[in-house]
Design a protein around this ligand. Structure first.
Ligand code: ATP
Ligand code: MG
Length: 360
């Protein structure tokens, strides 16, 4: 039986630079999803970024926040340029959005095609609200000179919810694989990353809490395996043996570093998506910036954004729709005929988008 049609309201925040070129591609892929999925979209154009700051004196207008909060199910965020030197009153809109909407998880899948010489298929789940990034820093003078200190805060609540969402992601990935997607993994595995051998209280709490959350029956019964890795040896293994990882869960700072490091494993920033996830809300966001060097040339790789749109759908419980987008993108990459210049091809953004839309 056909399900009733679900309409998702999606905020579109292109931002600056190539954000304006790739976000429309994200919109088109959502609109092109087969009607049989029973999904419709209402899009709402919203502003944020450096250009917005220059027009309105704020990088994140209140209007954008309130529309996202009250009218939207999810959003796609492009990229924002930031001034090279600090400008009074300017601060990153995506950082502010994460706070205002309590988007506590930053999720970054890093994946190659299965036929790559060294295939990778992992997702890094980074806690996004605490750890050293609470920004409680002080500096004091001492007879030996200045001493600066920063608070590293780890809570049971934040550690538990990030581990729980990591477990859910592991299960969903397993479902998508079971539905026939080619994969390099046999079963769901979550790797908990920490440095509790040195930071026994903070990282110790993260470790114990994450372990406890991930041993809940709904994960254990579904075969989710848990592994731990000290962050320094993790970096080593991540580069030597990246195929060993499925889902990685980490506190904020380690997650930040690991997710950029892992992105370097796949050849182009133009391939790597992310999502900022909160309770019942997700913002898809390509990992790249506004790329001023290629802005306006029509050659930005849209794949990071298309994958971000799919990732957003995953968190809005539209797993099937997400799987269709992933499959169409993978098919384009596997064939390798219509690739953008960052991947060594000559295709324009438009040609890549058309090829992927055709495969949908
Ligand atoms: P920002 O300050 O906005 O982060 P940036 O100068 O750091 O801008 P990035 O967007 O981070 O630039 O990109 C780094 C490099 O990767 C640039 O050379 C850029 O052209 C390239 N790049 C980034 N995204 C893409 C993409 N989608 N397609 C092709 N090349 C890209
Ligand atoms: Mg950058």
């Amino acid at each position: 039986a056909a399900r009733t049609v679900r309409t998702l309201k999606i905020g579109l925040i292109p931002g600056d630079g190539i954000g304006k070129e790739v976000i429309p591609a994200g919109r088109r892929i959502l609109e092109a999803l087969p009607a049989s999925l029973g999904l419709k979209f209402d899009f709402i154009d919203l502003k944020a970024g450096w250009e917005t700051f220059q027009e309105q004196g704020v990088a994140l207008p209140e209007e954008t926040v309130s529309v996202l909060k009250s009218d939207c199910d999810g959003a796609l965020f492009g990229a924002v340029s930031s001034p090279t030197t600090a400008v009074k009153g300017y601060s990153s809109p995506i950082v502010a959005l994460r706070k205002r909407l309590d988007l506590y998880a930053n999720v970054r899948p890093v994946k190659t095609v299965v036929s790559a010489p060294k295939p990778i298929d992992m997702v890094i789940v980074r806690e996004n609200t605490e750890d050293l990034y609470v920004k409680e820093e002080t500096t004091r003078d001492t007879p030996q000179g200045k001493v600066a200190e920063a608070i590293k805060r780890i809570s049971q609540r934040a550690s538990s919810r990030i581990a729980t969402i990591a477990g859910e992601i592991a299960l969903r990935r397993q479902n998508i694989r079971a539905a026939g997607a080619p994969s390099i993994h046999k079963g769901p595995l979550v790797t908990i990353t920490h440095k509790s051998n040195v930071l026994s209280q903070t990282d110790g709490l993260f470790r114990v809490t994450a372990r406890e959350a991930l041993t809940a029956p709904r994960f254990a019964d579904a075969g989710v395996k848990i592994e731990e890795q000290i962050v320094d040896s993790m970096v080593y293994k991540l580069f030597r043996q990246p195929e060993a990882y499925d889902v990685i869960v980490a506190p904020n700072l380690y997650g930040d570093i690991l997710s950029d490091g892992a992105a370097a494993l796949v050849g182009s920033l133009g391939l790597v998506p992310s999502a900022n996830v909160g309770e019942g809300f997700a913002i898809g966001e390509p990992c790249h910036g506004s790329a001023p060097d290629i802005q306006g040339k029509g050659i930005a790789n849209p794949i990071a954004t298309l994958r971000s749109a799919a990732l957003m759908l995953e968190f809005l419980n539209e797993e099937q729709a997400a799987a269709k987008i992933y499959a169409a993108v993978d098919a384009n990459l596997e064939e390798g005929k219509l690739l953008s210049p960052d991947l060594g091809g000559t295709a324009t953004t438009e040609e890549v988008v058309q090829d992927i839309l055709r495969r949908l």
